[in-house]
Design a protein around this ligand. Sequence first.
Ligand code: ADP
Ligand code: MG
Length: 635
Amino acid sequence: METKEFKAESKRLLDLMINSIYTHKEIFLRELISNASDAIDKLYYHSLSGEVSGLSRDDFSINIALDKENRTITITDNGCGMTKDELEANLGTIAKSGSLDFKQTQEKNDDIDIIGQFGVGFYSAFMVSDCVTVTSRAFGSDEAWQWQSHGAEGYTLEPAQMEGHGTRIVLSLKESSEEENYDEFLQDYRITGLVKQYSDYIRYPIRMAVERSRIKEGTGTEDKPAEYETYTEVETLNSMVPIWRKQKSEVTDEDYNNFYKEKFFDYEDPLKVIRTSTEGAATYDALLFIPSRAPLNYYSKDYEKGLQLYASGVLIMQRCADLLPDCFSFVRGLVDSQDLSLNISREMLQHDRQLKVIAGRLEKKIKSELLSMLKNDRETYDKFFKAFGLQLKYGLYSGYGQNKELLQDLVLFYSSSEKKLVSLEEYVSRMKEDQKYIYYVCGESVNRIDHLPQIELLKDKGYEVLYLTDEIDEFALKMLYTYADKEFRSASDSDLGLETEEEKEEAKKQAEENKPLLDFLKDSLEGKVSAVRLSQKLKSHPVCLSSDGPLSIEMEKVLNSLPAAEEKVKAERVLEINAGHPVFGKLQALYADPSKQDRVKAYAGLLYNQALLIEGLPIEDPVAFSNSICELMQE
Ligand code: ADP
Ligand code: MG
């Protein structure tokens, strides 16, 4: 059987190429510069291997010239150039990559850092041009050839004149229309910006004559006002050597800080610079920064996390989200890797496996850097935590326990005894011998929590209590469930595990004795609480609220304040009464007298409302509450 070759419908293929592969038209410049850089690399490689001589690295450059009048952009390189055959093969065949061939036919090809591989980048020129003219002279040849194409119609090839080896590409820009502006590519600043953005780390100088203005000589003195004149100057647009590839000893802290501020538009120095590189399963260099403050939109939906992704020094993605877990979304920076398998537009990766490996390593690295900051530079860590602690706590919660290992050592809470933020590790190291739980209590502010009756006894016993003031806090701890095998326990929980067996027996007896009164109080409250109990944790206050079951009163508050909360949730409230308080004696006395039961009922309401107020919850009927107090005052 005869096998026939596929015939490509090249017109349609070219059309597809031009219009469907790339998201941004501006990418054409990146592609042509990358080709020029590859062409120089090839020649340089030959000179290194001794095949050609008389070349010096300093002689190589890529030049860009803008001609506003004729609306052309010219990109010239003094690389290897192309022969007539090569022009035909490389530019006349879509998806033919001379660069890939080159790499594959060289020995030791792992060392060659050539960018091209798909054989399509060149055609991106047609996204912005009506006509592309390529003049090229191969190194060592004395003839030059000109390749010209208006796009889908095919191309012409004819002899040409050219001094020296290399390639010159002239793009005749399309006419601008209402939807598309091509003239912007004739502006110095636009081209300068694109080179900075995508091709800053091309290893050869990319030069362009840039228009500048200066004060005319002899003017700007006391008797002559300043006059300005424009002049042009050839400038190198790219920085060539990326800061993350420089020797560590060559780069100062200030260099990193400046790089960060310029690249990520911050006016403050970062709190921490993390530079890391690895070889092996994934070879990469990463330069990460922890900003010193959260951007304004950080805690909103607008904020996009991600790191810049470079392949061999060429920017591939501005924000690659997969490189960072959500809990570390505040980290800015970049990753540069040579062995990424890119998709054809070089805007994405083919496999996310490599990304996963890199992301996993970066996650570990960020965690260990933060931990060492916590241990060795507490002041900076406190600053960090102030800016991004909330995100870590959200991370604990939203991971459903998955992020426990990653985050549990990084979160801080205010401590009743230390009067500052402490880590869970520090808390546990100070726990008393007989202390069963890690105690916490929720409230609006440290100040308010400090006065809550629930924690009186805990403090009295010398137990440290964590004050949770952010809405997410308790949810995050619920996800953690334990730290170092110690369970968390809310001070508002009805059982704090403080009593001895004897005390428990005693309490039980006391509760039984007072059962009729307690039941009466509960009934008087008409379903507002699920129980009224004698408290084991109050000392000087008469009442407090606590809760049974998994939902705490604080969580109820938070959940019901969410905009999405349609059905209101309700914690199982328990009114706790201090049996040692004179008020309780008064209740007992009144209850014993059948004619005074109405008073007991009214007092039940008063005590419940007091508990609500202490808890920071609204009372249902403030007018009735105030009336009851007035009645009481008149007794
Ligand atoms: P790729 O760069 O992925 O190989 P391109 O479509 O960008 O694909 O380019 C196709 C081929 O044309 C390149 O592989 C290279 O052989 C050749 N080429 C393109 N531009 C130049 C240039 N400036 N100098 C020499 N050869 C070039
Ligand atoms: Mg290319």
